[in-house]
Design a protein around this ligand. Structure first.
Ligand SMILES: Nc1ncnc2c1ncn2[C@@H]1O[C@H](COP(=O)(O)OP(=O)(O)OP(=O)(O)O)[C@@H](O)[C@H]1O
Length: 311
């Protein structure tokens, strides 16, 4: 568990971060979102003491980070940034192995870990292990950057706009990969983004920053349905709000008994997918299946009712 306790950073007269408190549960992703200059990066960099707090503290599993030497702390906390920051003259394997090598892991264990991570990121180790960063696509470099940050199984992974440089399609894929890998490894991640859509997609919790202050810290569904301030409401965007909400809810949540015509949606599909299917086929309901068996249907009326009922 990461406890951020009244964390503050002042630069002269500017309060870049103003008494921010929040608790991040282990094994979750927290997305920190806000406009440019709202203090996101400064908040993140105080967690691994790349910036020293002016006041307040961070506790990781109960221990104040102020009691740990910064270089030791940074070995325990992974850090991935936009543009990945790979060492250009090191192979992919050496890049990923950077922290395990510092920690003097045995050679076999390092090699096994590098291959495991490459596999996890869908990059064949035999093909990629000995390449240099310049021989990789932008998306592949970004994956190696995240793999490097995860290599020593850190207590916490900090990510600052990790997907900022990627085009939209590769970016969506990278987001899905991160979610899948985070769930598999049970990692705890704090991620900075200026993109609310990305925050909603990735965050178990979303922290909205405005002018150095944390204005709301909540689940994506509650941020959408109960924005704490006008600023949060603007960030979410009124027009798209119902659609964003629908994309967070699986059809399994409102599936009703009985058949419906047409191609079935999997139970894990979102209500946004179900709405698209209804509109596309001109039907008022779509069947839902799980493991190849139809388990019921979702109707347009049920979707509408679910949007009107705010969680
Ligand atoms: N080293 C510094 N010296 C002086 N002011 C700084 C310094 N670093 C950041 N600031 C100021 O602190 C505020 C918050 O900056 P920060 O980089 O944390 O914002 P951000 O939300 O991450 O913005 P962006 O999305 O543009 O990266 C800004 O007003 C910035 O100008």
């Amino acid at each position: 568990m990461i406890e951020i306790d009244r964390l503050t950073k002042t630069y002269g007269a500017t309060k870049a971060v103003d008494s921010v408190s929040m608790t991040v549960e282990a094994g979750t992703i927290t997305a920190i979102v806000g406009t440019s200059g709202s203090g996101k990066t400064t908040l993140l960099r105080m967690v691994n003491r790349l910036e020293e707090p002016s006041a307040g503290e961070v506790r990781i599993n109960g221990t104040s980070t102020l009691t740990v030497k910064p270089h030791i702390l940074r070995r325990r906390i992974g850090y991935a940034i936009q543009g990945h920051g790979l060492f250009p003259h090191h192979t992919v394997a050496r890049n990923i192995a950077a922290v395990p090598e510092l920690l003097q892991w045995p050679r076999d264990r390092i090699r096994a870990r590098v291959d495991e991570l490459l596999d996890l990121f869908s990059m064949d180790p035999a093909q990629f292990r000995d390449r240099y960063p310049s021989d990789l696509s932008g998306g592949q470099q970004q994956r190696v950057g995240v793999a490097r940050a995860l290599a020593s199984r850190p207590d916490l992974l900090l990510m600052d706009e990790p997907f900022g440089a990627l085009d939209p399609i590769i970016r969506a894929r990278a987001q899905d990969d991160l979610r899948r890998i985070q769930q598999k490894l049970g990692s705890t991640i704090m991620l900075v983004t200026h993109d609310m859509e990305e925050a909603m997609r990735l965050g178990d919790k979303v922290a909205v920053m405005d002018a150095g202050r944390l204005v709301q810290y909540d689940t994506p569904a509650r941020i959408i349905t109960r924005p704490a301030t006008d600023f949060v409401a603007d960030m979410v965007g009124d027009v798209e709000r119902p659609l964003r909400l629908l994309s967070l809810i699986p059809v399994s949540e409102i599936v009703a008994d009985g058949p419906a015509d047409g191609a079935a949606l999997p139970a894990g599909a979102s209500l946004r997918d179900a709405l698209s299917a209804c509109l596309w086929t001109g039907r008022s309901a779509v069947p839902v299946e799980q493991d190849g068996v139809q388990i019921g249907h979702v109707s347009l009326d049920a979707i509408r009712a679910r949007v009107e009922f705010h969680p």
